[in-house]
Structure formats: structure tokens, C-alpha cells
Design a protein around this ligand. Structure first.
Ligand SMILES: Nc1ncnc2c1ncn2[C@@H]1O[C@H](COP(=O)(O)OP(=O)(O)OP(=O)(O)O)[C@@H](O)[C@H]1O
Length: 268
């Protein structure tokens, strides 16, 4: 059974259609990249998958998450499915983190929620051990210091690592990562991508990785869906999309990536 499947997913703001007729599916452990230029509808698609569209936007069609229909269901019915199955990492970890709470207090929230779902009570000692283990899992040096810090007191890369640790603390089956490295400098981007790649592999997670950057997507996903102007224009295995892109928009994306490689002297 698919973990996530969409069929004819459309999103409207009044009479304006922002996303149209999107369909794809993810089985447990699959890694799908959703690529497209800014404004093509990637983020709205991701939000609609979890029933998290902002007010004023309306989704139609079908989204099934772990067998449950998301579209048209009230949030109180979707929230437990969402919490048990999926977690999301965003472009700007500052938006996902509370600036007035220490990172340790924020990390405690999903750890406690997970323990409660498993019917366990955590002692202060257990909670601390789990917080440290969660930060070690995302390769944070000096976890004690990071737990005591507020978000502005650590680097952008460390903030994103904490956000990833919080997402994984829910023990999801599916991780949705929306431009998770775009706000980071180039060397930190590479480190966070390598970390995500390792964690997804080790935990056997399904991954929906969203980016405007086709080479980045190609490095982490097995299949790619290319979006342009609110529609999926092409879907296929990464190697096939690179070697024989059919849609003119995909051809242009690949040509642009190759020109950049040439300019940087990365291709011979
Ligand atoms: N709340 C909203 N109300 C109306 N239109 C919106 C709203 N949010 C997004 N849009 C519009 O929907 C379209 C798709 O936006 P979306 O954020 O999904 O694009 P994206 O591909 O994720 O782009 P980016 O990479 O820049 O985040 C854009 O034209 C955007 O302006």
C-alpha cells in the first residue's frame, strides 16, 4: 500500500487555480524529488498533502496519507494521522523554531508527544538522555550547549539540524523536506544534505524532497516529479529525466544546470 498518494490534486485561491491535477505516490522507503521554479506550486502541494494549507486556499481531488483521505476532512481528524506518519522540515528553520524558547525545551515537545503516544512517561533523566541522543543523531557537537541555547545563539546549519532532530523525534515514516538547504551557505548545504541522506537511509524513511535545484534533487531522490506553472509536467527515475528529458521545461532546467557546471569548471 502507498504511504502517500495524490490523484487530481488541485488548489485554488478563489477562482485562481494555483496547482492543477497533481498526481504521484510514495511507498514506504521511496524518495521522490519535487522540482520546479519559484512559484510553480511545490510548497502548496506539500502543505496540501498534510492538510496544512493556509486559510483561503482550497484543495480538491484526493490525497491519501497512510490510507486516510486528507482532503475535505476536519483538522481534528487529520492531525493524529499527520502526527503519526509524517514530519516536515522547512527552508528557514527560524520560522519553525520559537525564538523565545531554548532549543532543548522545543526538542522536548515531539519527544514527549511520541512517548505519550507509546503510553510511556518519561522521567527528567530519560527526557534529557533522549534529547542528547536526538542531537547526536544529527551530528551536533556539544549537544549540552545547544540544548541550553536559544535559536539565535546557534548557527544556521545547527538550527536546521535541530529542526531535523525535532522532525525525526516524531518517528515519522515520511519526511517532507521543503528546500531544507536553500537558506544555508554552500558547504553547510552539502553537510545537511549528506546528513538527510544518511538519516533517511538508516531509518528507512520515505522522503519527499522539494527544491528548485535539479542537481541537488538528483543527489538525494530516486524519482523526480517536475512542476511548472502548477502542474507536474514530467515524472520519472532521476537517471532517465537527466538523460532523456521530454518536457521542454525539464530540458531547460537541465541545460541551465549544465551551463552552471561548465561555468564553475565542474564538468569535463
Ligand atoms: N496563501 C496564498 N494565497 C494566494 N496565492 C498563494 C498563496 N500562497 C502561495 N500562493 C501562490 O501560489 C503559487 C505557488 O506557490 P508555492 O509557494 O507553492 O510555489 P513554490 O514552487 O513552492 O515556490 P518557492 O520555491 O518560491 O517557494 C505562487 O504563484 C504563489 O504566489
Amino acid at each position: 500500500m502507498s504511504l502517500l498518494s495524490t490523484l487530481g490534486l488541485s488548489i485554488r485561491a478563489g477562482t485562481r487555480c494555483l496547482v492543477e491535477d497533481v498526481h504521484f505516490s510514495l511507498a514506504p522507503g521511496d524518495r521522490l524529488g519535487l522540482v520546479g521554479e519559484s512559484g510553480s506550486g511545490k510548497s502548496l502541494t506539500a502543505l496540501a498533502l498534510l492538510g496544512l494549507l493556509p486559510p483561503g486556499l482550497v484543495a480538491s481531488g484526493s490525497v491519501r496519507l497512510a490510507g486516510q483521505q486528507v482532503i475535505g476532512r476536519p483538522d481534528r481528524q487529520i492531525a493524529p494521522v499527520r502526527g503519526a506518519v509524517a514530519a516536515m522540515v522547512f527552508q528557514d528553520p527560524r520560522a519553525a523554531l520559537d525564538p523565545l524558547m531554548t532549543l532543548g525545551a522545543q526538542l522536548a515537545v515531539p519527544i514527549r508527544r511520541r512517548a505519550k503516544a507509546e503510553g510511556r512517561r518519561l522521567s527528567r533523566h530519560d527526557l534529557r538522555d533522549r534529547k542528547i541522543a536526538a542531537l547526536e543523531r544529527v551530528a551536533i557537537d556539544a549537544p549540552e550547549r545547544v540544548l541550553a541555547a536559544f535559536p539565535h545563539q546557534v548557527s544556521g546549519g545547527q538550527r536546521q539540524r535541530v529542526a531535523i532532530a525535532m522532525a525525526l523525534a516524531c518517528r515519522p515514516q515520511l519526511l517532507i523536506a521543503d528546500e531544507p538547504t536553500t537558506a544555508l551557505d554552500v558547504s553547510t548545504q552539502a553537510e545537511v544534505l549528506a546528513l538527510l541522506d544518511r538519516l533517511v537511509r538508516e531509518e528507512g524513511l520515505a522522503l519527499l524532497f522539494i527544491s528548485h535545484d535539479l542537481p541537488v534533487v538528483a543527489g538525494i531522490a530516486e524519482r523526480v516529479a517536475v512542476m511548472a506553472a502548477g502542474r507536474v509536467v514530467e515524472t520519472g527515475p532521476v537517471a532517465e529525466i537527466f538523460s532523456t528529458p521530454r518536457a521542454p521545461y525539464t530540458q531547460a532546467l537541465i541545460a541551465a544546470a549544465r551551463r552552471l557546471d561548465d561555468a564553475l569548471g565542474l564538468r569535463r
